[in-house]
Each structure stands twice: as C-alpha cells, then as structure tokens.
Design a protein around this ligand. Sequence first.
Ligand code: PEP
Length: 246
Amino acid sequence: MGKKLAAGNWKMNGTSADLAEVSALIAAHPAPACDILICPPATLLSRLSDTAQGSAVQTGGQDCHANASGAHTGDIAAAMLADAGASHVILGHSERRTDHNETDAEVAAKTLAAHGAGLIAVVCIGETEAQRDAGDTLAVIGAQLDGSLPQGCTAANTVIAYEPVWAIGTGRVPSLDQITEVHDFIRARLNDRFAGQDFSLLYGGSVKPDNAAQIFAVGNVDGALVGGASLKAADFSAIISALDAA
Ligand code: PEP
C-alpha cells in the first residue's frame, strides 16, 4: 500500500458487461505509481476481483454491516467482502448517510468491523451546501472525523475521503483554496488524535480528467474517490495518469 490512491466508486452501476472496462484499465496501467481501487456493486465484486487478480487494480465494497454475521437480510459482513476478494470498503458515503440515515457512530462501528476482517476502510466525510453556507464546514468535518473513526485507526487500515456533499455528482468542485483549507484541517486533526500516522487523504466530488491534475497538486491531497468518471476506463485512466504524474 502506497499513500497515493485513485479509488473508483461505481455506486449502483455495473453489470457483467462492464468488466471489460476493468480489463481495459488494467491493460493501460500495468505498473502505476499510485494504488488503484475499484468498488463495484456487491454483485460484481467477486468477478471483478477475479478479473483484477495479479494486476495493479484492487477491489472493494461500498458498505458493510457492523456485525460479523446474523439476521440482517440484505446486508453484507466485512469478512464476506474480503472473501469475495476485496481489500477495501467504502464506509459512511454521504449517499448512505442520507439514504440509510447512517450516523457517525454506525460508521465507526462498521470501520471497526472492516478492520477486524483485514479490510482497509475508506471513511467518507463532507459538509452539505447548507452547512458550508452557514460557515460550519470545519466544525462539521471535525465532528464527523471524531465520531466516525474508532480507536485503532492507522494509516495502514484507514483512508479518509473528503467529499463535500454538494460536489458529488453535480459537476461543481470546491475552489482549490477550499480543498486546501479542509485537507489541512483534516491532517492536523488526525495528527492530534493519531500521532505519527500518515493517513492517505482523498478528495471526492466531481473529479474528472480535466480537473484532476489541479486537485492533485493541492497539498495534503493524496488521491481521489471518483464516482461517475470511474465507470469508463478512458476517464478513470486519465485521472490515474494525473495522480501518477503528481
Ligand atoms: C462519489 O461517489 O464518491 C463521488 C465523488 O461521485 P462523483 O465523482 O460522481 O461526484
């Protein structure tokens, strides 16, 4: 595991036909300088992991349950993701916080479960537009960081993704100064609590081939969590190349 990571979140997109995009991506990046991660829907995880076997592409889930097993219809345990070939799991994405009312405490419990199964947790935080407009961005980010990260987080088992909710899937991106402010704040907050751990900090929210290089030039940005632009090999490949060059 390096520090630089290009992570793709396919959300509720992708069927067998899309495995060809992964094959194309693998062919385009035989020896990248950064780590590459694709988090497909659970139905594709096992096959995508098989496709990526022996390549530079790692795979991850998009959520896991906090419990190891039991009566939780429709949910997936962290160990099941690992069994399907995952190395990572995205936790606390804003769409899950909104659609499933996930709280910071639940995200922290899921993060612990992920660590227990040997997975790297990609923990997402981010302010809404209303919170930013109210001047509450750093307070919100600080509270989410404190509440969503359990004790025991290390740079080896946890990645942080800053994703302003208003930038996800909208084509709107914060200014580079706004990204700098939040990433510097996150770095300092993590240093206070987890001294000596050099976490990877990803930016997420409408990262595209034409803005990736500028974003990767920002201090304390170690990569990206990419939604829409991770679905097509050509777009994600351009973002990976920008991160490799950063
Ligand atoms: C995401 O899903 O985490 C995301 C950042 O989406 P998009 O890149 O489409 O804004």
